[in-house]
Write a protein that binds this ligand. Structure first.
Ligand code: AR6
Length: 174
């Protein structure tokens, strides 16, 4: 029952006591605004030190660090695409972000993971379209791998919360 493992909540991802929280980072991995800034502030300066050693990250991919002062054990830094109208590979790149995060989760024996709406802030990806991609990628992955027990979609605003519920309702999974 994949749908039972998908939880949409409102809140601040930095407070989530899960095995891993996902960050919406940029290719430098050296922190920025939005959820990235919030995660770096909450995790403390050691996080930036580890990020400096990673040599950045390609768009559509992700890299893992420790969680430092966060309740979460790990942080998976994912780099989503900047929205340029939708015909520049944005859907594939966004899907690839989610997939890479989930592959890393498998590798690090992560059972609970929380995602923000990657690319839906500064990067301008329309939340209704991004939510469908996120839900589908995650549901398909959970169908194939039963290690992950719970996935949280952490929404900072009502539009994300509504978009995820809509995407969940239209999912072709139990
Ligand atoms: N908890 C959960 N969600 C949050 C939080 C939070 N504490 N703060 C913001 N959001 P954004 P992007 C939501 O802009 O679009 C950074 O500067 C926010 O409402 O953080 O992928 C990076 O360094 C939105 O729905 O990420 C990159 O340069 C979502 O998180 C760039 O922004 C993502 O918004 C990445 O842009």
């Amino acid at each position: 029952m994949v749908k039972e493992k998908l939880k949409i909540i409102k809140g601040d991802i930095t407070t989530m006591a899960v095995d891993a929280v996902v960050n919406a980072a940029n290719t430098s991995l050296l922190s920025g605004g939005g959820v990235d800034g919030a995660i770096h502030r909450a995790a403390g300066p050691e996080l930036l030190e580890e990020c400096k050693s990673l040599n950045g990250c390609a768009t559509g991919s992700a890299k893992l660090t420790k969680g430092y002062r966060l309740p979460a054990r790990y942080i998976i830094h994912a780099v989503g695409p900047v929205w340029r109208g939708g015909a520049k590979g944005e859907p594939q790149l966004l899907a690839s972000c989610y997939e890479t995060c989930l592959e890393l989760a498998l590798q690090y024996e992560i059972k609970t993971i929380a995602f923000p709406a990657i690319s839906c802030g500064v990067y301008g990806y329309p939340i209704s379209q991004a939510a469908v991609i996120a839900m589908k990628e995650i549901a398909d992955f959970l169908e194939q791998h039963d290690q992950i027990e719970m996935v949280y979609f952490v929404c900072f605003d009502d539009s994300a919360y509504d978009a995820y519920h809509h995407a969940l309702d239209s999912l072709n999974h139990d």
